[in-house]
Design a protein around this ligand. Structure first.
Ligand SMILES: [Mg+2]
Length: 368
């Protein structure tokens, strides 16, 4: 069965991909979020032409095949576009075999514990503590991640004294059994990060994400070796050479690939294996409630070395207005701190037809 049509439905932050094969079977995937309008141009120019007319089932090779054809473009945008094709192929395969994707890759549907992930740095420490308490009481979420430092901040805090204040505030406000994590988003140099790390350890934080610029792994390594806390990272890294090198050099304690930045589920599974072979766990990055979190649910539930929880953003329409109304029948319902993968085929979600209608449409067709 050949791939005969590839369509995209695009708004500036999100672009869905629809794949159709010869017998009319379809699947839906999504490209990585942000600048999705640019990514969809790349999809039709540098991805679709190479796979139209190819057999749909051989997609492990298809991904490599595209990469070989476009080997002068090893960067993020091509991988973001390939993620759209890859995730559409998995949905198609699931629908053809009448299985959820998780079952195609060795796992089972069911519940997954989440951690509530804050994206806000402009939030005051007290307000952050209050919303964590509310989410614990109302939805049973018992693990949270908050932001420290400034994003790529060269050691500067979001405002003076915020980091120390929020670390202490969260510790003193939440039940001691609630897991506390932080993300520095590449803020610190090693000596600053080690000092901050001591503050974190004294205040019950167990996960210190991206302490140093992620493109300087030798700095991160110093922090990992100096502190008795889980240093974590890897969300932006999308080259298998980098992954092998990071794991081999023990750069962090917990590795966090992003299924969509990396180029889709097929490649994320390869990365999970590299991490597993290195003896580490994988707690993937998933920062918004588009298809990335759905794909990550299936991924996490299937791999052997999954971390204890799924990253799940706690931000709503004020922060992420564009993630509203993407799907019908809310696939992100939280009960007792858990979300659930159903046994519906493919990704098990229905993209909102109204959203698709309002999106910019492009298509590439197989010219037999
Ligand atoms: Mg992060």
């Amino acid at each position: 069965m050949k791939i005969i049509k590839l369509e995209t439905f695009t708004k500036p932050y999100v672009s869905f991909v629809k794949i159709t094969i010869e017998d009319g079977s379809i699947g839906f995937g999504q490209m990585s979020t942000y600048h999705a309008d640019i990514t969809s141009q790349i999809f039709h120019k540098q991805v679709a032409p190479w796979v139209l007319g190819k057999e749909y089932y051989n997609f492990d090779d298809l991904e490599d095949f595209i990469f070989e054809r476009e080997h002068k473009f090893p960067g993020s945008y091509l991988l973001r576009a390939i993620a759209g094709l890859d995730t559409a192929l998995w949905d198609l395969k699931g629908k053809i075999e009448n299985k959820p994707v998780v079952s195609l890759i060795g796992g089972n549907p069911g519940k997954l514990r989440i951690y509530g992930s804050s994206m806000k740095r402009d939030i005051k420490p007290n307000d952050e503590a209050e919303r964590f308490k509310k989410l614990f009481n109302e939805k049973g979420i018992d693990a949270f991640k908050f932001r420290i430092g400034a994003e790529c901040g060269r050691g500067i805090d979001e405002w003076q004294g915020r980091t120390e204040e929020i670390v202490k505030k969260i510790y003193n406000s939440l039940d001691k059994n609630i897991i506390k994590m932080v993300d520095a988003n590449s803020c610190y140099n090693p000596s600053q990060a080690i000092e901050i790390g001591k503050l974190l350890i004294d205040n019950g934080v167990t996960h210190f994400e991206e302490p140093c610029p992620y493109w300087k792994p030798e700095q991160t390594k110093i922090v990992t070796d100096s502190l008795k806390i889980d240093v974590t990272g890897g969300e932006q890294d999308c080259d298998l050479r980098i992954w092998r090198d990071m794991v081999k050099k023990n750069i962090v304690n917990i590795y966090q690939p992003d299924v969509m930045y990396i180029g889709g589920l097929t490649k994320a599974l390869k990365v999970a294996k590299i991490i597993e072979d290195g003896g580490y766990i994988c707690t993937p990055h998933a920062a918004n409630l588009s298809l990335v979190t759905i794909c990550t649910m299936h991924f996490l539930k299937a791999i052997n070395n999954s971390g204890p929880y799924l990253e799940f953003t706690i931000e709503g329409s004020d922060y992420y207005p564009w993630q509203k109304d993407l799907f019908l029948n809310n696939p992100f319902q939280i009960i007792e701190g858990r979300v659930e993968i159903t046994d519906l085929p493919g990704w098990g979600v229905e993209i909102n037809p109204k959203w698709l209608e309002g999106a910019e449409y492009m298509s590439s067709l197989y010219d037999s």
